[in-house]
Design a protein around this ligand. Sequence first.
Ligand code: THU
Length: 138
Amino acid sequence: MSNADLIAAAREAAEHAYAPYSDYQVGAALLFEDGSIITGSNVENASYGLALCAETVAVSRAFGEGRRGGLTTIAVVGPEDKGDGAPITPCGRCRQVLNELAQLGGTDPLVLCVGKTQVREVALSALLPHAFGPAHLD
Ligand code: THU
C-alpha cells in the first residue's frame, strides 16, 4: 500500500461527504498494520455545530469494526478549489480522536496532509504534542 494509494482512498471518500452547508468536502483514510484501510468523510447537520469531521467518522468506523490500535498512516484530503491550496491538517478535536486509536496500539502514525501541489507528512505526535491519552487513566 503506497502513500499515493492511501491518498486516493481518502479522495474517493471525500466524494461521499455530506457537506451541503460548508461545501467543504473532506475525506480521510486510515491505514492499519495488516494493510487494511478504513475511510470516512465529513457529515454535516442542519444544526451546524453538530458536524462530524472525516477523520472522526473514520476513527469511529474503525472502533466499530473492533480496531483498538495498529494505526500506521492517515491521509486527509480537502477540496482542491478552496483556500490557498495549502495542505489540510486535521482539526484539533480530530487530532485528539486520532490519538486515542494510535495510543491504544502504541503507534505514532504518519499523517499525510494533502494540498494542491504538496503533501505534508507529519507525525501525529507533532500535530498533538504532549497528548492526553488512555495511558493517563491507567
Ligand atoms: N472538516 C473535516 O472533516 N476535517 C477537518 O480536519 C477539518 C474540517 C470538515 C468539518 C466541516 O464539515 C467542514 O470540514 C468545514 O469545516
